[in-house]
Structures are given as structure tokens and as C-alpha cells.
Design a protein around this ligand. Structure first.
Ligand code: ADP
Ligand code: MG
Length: 239
């Protein structure tokens, strides 16, 4: 479902070119829940931005549902993204003066598609992320945990086949993180959503089927739940 090969990304920093991703090869199965971990600055967010079509690679291929994201023109990529992908940004990035409902509906406006059916779906999403009764509340009046749930509902509003989430539990305490991850699992199981989650939290990563460890712009290690020593590995990691 997601195939990445030879993925390279360079950034210009002043006069200097920095290679942030140095030839990544990665396959993610349909319906798989993958966690990407690794030190700060190792290129995790950059990879997610590329998978989400929010930026373009310097070299290499990204295929999602057999379509080459890197070969699309910008407009085509935008349409593809709106139709197939959901993105949960680090630090939520809500529109502070808009309501919960308006924030969640926001990605749909681009297509002018906020039909009655969509509104019903938004209300259901608000229920399922545990924000019942807060439809009309402005985002800047919500707690951090509530804002995080709005961000997740917004990421799911187009019923994406792939959900990309950058540190979705980053600013949450353990109890809230567990709730959010429970939500991910719920959507993952009910809708067979493929989830790619960047996290620095091994507790969060433990919810995934597979953990991909990044180091200096390359894949350093892959740990799968199918491997016999998955639990042991996690325990060591946490120790
Ligand atoms: P991570 O999410 O693993 O912490 P990032 O992907 O955010 O890492 O960043 C990897 C490196 O790329 C960092 O050194 C960062 O400064 C650099 N970088 C990321 N985005 C840009 C950009 N738009 N322009 C220049 N450098 C960037
Ligand atoms: Mg990051």
C-alpha cells in the first residue's frame, strides 16, 4: 500500500546542503499500524511530510495505493491528498477562533463538500473522540487533550485510507495518551485504516504492529510484533 524507495531529501541551510533523508526504503502494508521512532532531528517529520504529499522528495519514489506521489503535479497531489490521506500535525495546528465543529470540517471546505451527510459524520466523529457537547466551543478554550482530539477528528474527517500522525501523544500525560491511542486502534480496526505514527514515546509505539527506528536519515532497525522477542524488546527499551 505504501512503498518508499531510495527516498532522499535535502534542505538548503544557508549555502549548505543538508541531506536529511539518505535513501529510505520502506514498505507498509494495507491496514498496518506502524510507529516511527528515532532521535530528534533524524528526519521523522520530514518523512511524514513527504508521505503526506506536503513536500516533495529530492530523489526517490513514494507510492501510495500504486500511485506515484512524486510524479504528480502539485494540483494532482493536493487532490490525491484530500481524498486519501489524513494528517495529524504535531502541536495540533487548530484554527483558534473556529469552533470544534468548524475545525474538524475545515479540510472538507477545499472541495466545497460539506453536505448534510458530512455534517452528520462530523457529529459522529465528535462523539467518538469523546468531545460530545463541545461542537460549538472555540478551539482556544479547550484543554490540550481536547485540542489533540479535535486534531485527530480533523485528520479522520475524509475517512482516509492512510492516517499520518506526527507525535500525536507528544504533549499528553499517560492517561490521555492511552485514550488517544485507544481511539487510533478503534479507527484502525473498524475502518482498516493504515496508520503511520511518529512518536518518541515507546509506550505509544507499543500499540503499533511494527516499529521502525530511524537514525541519521536511514532506517536503522525494524521491530515487528510478529517477531518473538517484540515484548522483550519493548521491555528492554523502557528499562
Ligand atoms: P525529527 O522529526 O526526526 O526530529 P525533522 O524531520 O523535523 O526531524 O528534521 C530533520 C532535520 O532536517 C533537522 O536537522 C531539521 O533542522 C532539518 N529540517 C527539517 N525541515 C527543514 C526545512 N524545511 N528547511 C531546512 N531544514 C529542515
Ligand atoms: Mg519531528
Amino acid at each position: 500500500m505504501i512503498k518508499v524507495s531510495g527516498l532522499t531529501k535535502e534542505f538548503l541551510q544557508g549555502q549548505e546542503k543538508t541531506e536529511v533523508l539518505k535513501g529510505i526504503d520502506l514498505n507498509i502494508e494495507e491496514g498496518e499500524f506502524v510507529a516511527i521512532m528515532g532521535p530528534s532531528g533524524s528526519g521523522k517529520s520530514t518523512l511524514l511530510q513527504l508521505l503526506g504529499g506536503l513536500d516533495v522528495p529530492t530523489k526517490g519514489d513514494i507510492q501510495i495505493n500504486d500511485k506515484f506521489l512524486n510524479r504528480m503535479k502539485e494540483k494532482e497531489r493536493t487532490i490525491f491528498r484530500r481524498k486519501n490521506l489524513g494528517f495529524v500535525f504535531q502541536n495540533y495546528q487548530l484554527l483558534p477562533t473556529l469552533t470544534v465543529e468548524e475545525n474538524i470540517a475545515f479540510p472538507l471546505h477545499a472541495d466545497g463538500k460539506v453536505t448534510n451527510e458530512r455534517i452528520k459524520m462530523i457529529h459522529e466523529l465528535i462523539q467518538s473522540v469523546g468531545l460530545a457537547g463541545l461542537n460549538r466551543k472555540r478551539a482556544n478554550l479547550l484543554s490540550g487533550g481536547q485540542q489533540q482530539r479535535v486534531a485527530i477528528a480533523r485528520g479522520l474527517v475524509n475517512n482516509p485510507t492512510v492516517l499520518l500522525a506526527d507525535e500525536p501523544t507528544g504533549n499528553l500525560d499517560r492517561a490521555r495518551a492511552e485514550e488517544i491511542l485507544g481511539l487510533f486502534l478503534k479507527f484502525h480496526r473498524e475502518n482498516k485504516q493504515t496508520i503511520v505514527m511518529v512518536t518518541h514515546d515507546i509506550f505509544a509505539a507499543g500499540f503499533a504492529d511494527r516499529i521502525i527506528l530511524f537514525k541519521d536519515g536511514v532506517v536503522d532497525q525494524v521491530i515487528s510484533r510478529k517477531d518473538g522477542d517484540y515484548a522483550k524488546y519493548l521491555a528492554n527499551f523502557m528499562a
